[in-house]
Design a protein around this ligand. Structure first.
Ligand SMILES: [Zn+2]
Length: 433
């Protein structure tokens, strides 16, 4: 993509989605076989039959990107509504299993996004099944084609299975704000304003629905994917600020980890205030389109002085940690509580775009903590203690108290930092009499 520019005007006249139009109105007349339903963006204006064909006329309720989809099939339709907005899932009769989950995810998305980001401009939200000729879902204004292979036939049964159906719907719904209301200029960093924000939004919606424990498994999946993929990069790994549109492992996977961590550090309200600021300034506005600086600067305004280094680490640079727990011991006191002592080691690196690493001093706020033994069938135990401490490079020792018996203790217990070897962050606690 064209190189990122800090103060662009002429070069920001196209979004990365389209180079031939800005916000357009769409009206469609579409015909299909008599036993099928044809779907175009917008509200259904009328429906009729003519010469053995079934006709539909749709009109978009709010101008959108010059970007839409047309589908037709023998659909069943599940309908509900959220505050007057029609929610519809068009699906194959034989594959009804996850339809209720999809309707629920659309509702939960509306709840979080309208409250935290702003109003929804269309009058309907549709999920429309298509065959597994391709395995993706994609958001168009008010309309989300969704492959059967990544949702409609998914089986989610174990207690801590990641609910990818709920998650993908929440991600695509988030594009109704990030992508369809504000969209990045056609240069590096554009997808930070769209894909990374859709990831963040979906993470928040999923956390509200399933709780923190499920998030840890998901965040570990995102982190593993990022670390594995950067090892397979053939050209240059860009920092998030200058991510290329083709680098999904950065704008999705690293983007999730970075935004979740930033939310932990500066708080959800602060992150959402920054996002609203970007949306208020750029939503449905004529060019120039925003660059990734618009978002990072807005986040910077919400970040307290002692945490400003996070913006450099997370967005401008490629930053990696190699943190580990060395030892962990505990004594049970007469009050039944456990006095825990952990020895940790913190190391921090900056990587260049070819992967060469340089160690830099640690001068960071990092968590220490302890977990209980996991319950049967679960991957992670309950969090017994979390505490943010200021760390410098090398080894250090910390003490704290837990109410219950600790199973593991160490550094960055929730794996919030991008760590080259996440598995050694926690060690088993030796409980001494
Ligand atoms: Zn997306």
């Amino acid at each position: 993509m064209p190189a990122l520019e800090q103060n662009c005007t002429a070069d920001c006249h196209d979004s990365y989605i389209s180079n031939n139009s800005d916000w357009v109105n769409v009206e469609t007349v579409i015909s299909t076989s008599p036993d099928q339903i044809a779907i175009a963006p917008g509200s259904l204006q009328r429906e009729w039959s003519q010469n053995g064909r079934r006709y539909f006329q749709y009109k978009l309720d709010h101008a959108g990107l010059n970007y839409y989809s047309f589908l037709s099939a023998r659909y069943e339709v599940a309908r509900t509504d959220w505050n007057g907005i029609n929610i519809e899932v068009y699906y194959l009769k034989e594959q009804p299993w996850n339809v209720p989950k999809m309707l629920n995810s659309v509702k939960k998305s509306f709840e979080y996004y309208t409250k935290n980001f702003g109003p929804y401009p269309q009058k309907q939200a549709r999920i429309i099944e298509f065959p597994r000729l391709a395995a993706f879902a994609e958001a168009f204004p008010g309309t989300m084609p969704y492959s059967e292979s990544i949702g409609f036939i998914a089986s989610i049964q174990k207690p801590d299975d990641i609910d990818m159906v709920f998650y993908v719907v929440a991600h695509e719904m988030a594009h109704q704000w990030w992508g369809h209301q504000e969209v990045g200029a056609s240069m590096q960093g554009a997808t930070l304003l769209v894909e990374t924000l859709a990831q963040y939004s979906a993470l928040m919606t999923m956390e509200k629905e399933y709780g923190r424990d499920t998030m840890r498994k998901f965040m570990q999946y995102e982190m593993d994917n990022y670390l594995r993929s950067r090892g397979a990069e053939l050209l240059k790994e860009r920092p998030l600020l200058r991510v290329e549109a083709s680098q999904g492992y950065i704008h999705y996977r690293k983007g999730s980890v970075v935004m979740y961590y930033l939310r932990e550090m500066i708080g959800e309200e602060a992150v959402n205030r920054a996002l609203r600021k970007v949306l208020n300034k750029y939503g449905y506005q004529p060019p120039p389109y925003p660059t990734s600086y618009a978002l990072v600067d807005a986040l910077g305004e919400e970040t307290p002085p002692q945490l400003q280094y996070l913006l450099q680490d997370l967005f401008y640079d490629i930053t990696l940690f190699s943190n580990r727990a060395v030892t962990a011991t505990a004594h049970k006191g007469p009050d039944g509580k456990y006095q825990v002592t952990v020895e940790t080691e913190a190391r921090k690196f900056k990587a260049d775009e070819k992967g060469n690493e340089t160690e830099v001093p640690v001068d960071d706020w990092i968590e220490i903590g302890a977990l209980a033994a996991p319950e049967k069938g679960k991957r992670f135990g309950k969090v017994l203690h979390r505490e943010r401490v200021h760390m410098t490079s090398g080894k250090a020792s910390y003490s704290f108290t837990t109410d219950e018996k600790p199973d593991k203790a160490g550094i960055d217990p929730l794996l919030l930092l991008i760590d080259r070897v996440p598995d050694d962050n926690m060690v088993e606690v030796t409980v001494q009499p």
